[in-house]
Write a protein that binds this ligand. Structure first.
Ligand code: UDP
Length: 207
C-alpha cells in the first residue's frame, strides 16, 4: 500500500516552547533551533501552517486569578501570541524561508488579518504561515485555534509539538507512574471525562 504524501501540516507550538532557558518571554537560541527544524519540514516540500500560543507571556486564566478581568486577560493572552508569531517569523526569515503572520485580531500595521483564502494562497506558494491571536475570541485556547485552522486550511496532519512524547494518564514530568497511551480515540478520551491541560502539553486521562 502506498502512503499518502503529507502535503500540508498545521503545527501547534505552545508559548512555552519558546521559553528555552528563559523564565519569561522568548529565548533567541530556541527560536533559531525551532526555525531550523521548521525549515527541514519545508525542505520536504511540505506546506507548513503554524498556530502559536502565548503562555510564555500571558494567559487569561492566570491573569484573572490575580484580579484582572477575564476577557481583558484573554485579550492580553491573544496579543502575546502575536508577539511570539512576530519573533518566529523573524527567525524563519533568517533561515531563508518566506513567512507570513496572520492575526485573528486586527493589528494590521504589524501583520495581516486572517483571511482563509489568503492563508491558503500563502501556503500554496510555500510561505510558512503563522496564525496568531488564537481564534480571536476570549475563553478559548490556541489548541482550539489549531484544530480550527487545521480544518479550515484542509491540513493533512495536525501536530501538537510538546515537551513530552504523547498522551499520558498524568503529568509525566511530575509523576513517574504516568501511563503513556500509544494511541487513544477521541471517544475514549471524552467519555472518561479527560481534562486536557494544553499548557503542559500532556493530557490527563482518567482510567
Ligand atoms: N486566548 C484566547 N482565545 C484564543 C486563544 C488564546 O483568549 O482563541 C488567550 C487565552 O488567555 C490563552 C492565551 O491567549 O491563555 C494564550 O494562549 P494559550 O494558553 O493557548 O497558549 P499556550 O499554552 O499554547 O502557550
Amino acid at each position: 500500500m502506498t502512503k499518502k504524501k503529507i502535503n500540508r501540516i498545521l503545527l501547534k507550538l505552545s508559548g512555552e516552547a519558546l521559553l528555552g532557558k528563559e523564565p519569561f518571554g522568548v529565548d533567541p537560541e530556541i527560536l533559531v533551533y525551532l526555525a531550523a527544524e521548521i525549515k527541514s519540514i519545508v525542505d520536504l516540500d511540505t506546506q507548513v501552517g503554524i498556530v502559536i500560543g502565548g503562555g510564555n507571556i500571558f494567559r487569561g486564566e492566570g491573569l484573572a486569578q490575580s484580579g484582572i478581568d477575564r476577557v481583558t486577560g484573554d485579550q492580553m493572552g491573544m496579543l502575546a501570541t502575536i508577539i511570539n508569531a512576530l519573533a518566529l517569523q523573524d527567525a524563519l526569515e533568517r533561515q531563508g524561508l518566506v513567512a507570513r503572520v496572520m492575526s485573528a485580531l486586527k493589528v494590521n500595521e504589524v501583520c495581516e488579518d486572517y483571511i482563509r483564502r489568503r492563508a491558503i494562497r500563502h501556503l500554496e506558494k510555500g510561505r510558512v504561515t503563522i496564525f496568531s491571536a488564537g481564534t480571536g475570541n476570549p475563553y478559548f485556547t490556541t489548541d482550539s485555534a489549531a484544530s480550527l485552522r487545521a480544518v479550515e486550511i484542509e491540513a493533512d496532519l495536525l501536530i501538537k509539538a510538546t515537551r513530552v512524547n504523547g498522551v499520558f494518564s498524568q503529568d509525566p514530568l511530575k509523576n513517574d507512574d504516568a501511563l503513556h497511551f500509544e494511541s487513544i480515540s477521541y471517544d475514549k478520551f471524552y467519555f472518561k471525562q479527560a481534562a486536557c491541560h494544553g499548557y503542559y502539553i500532556y493530557c490527563y486521562v482518567q482510567r
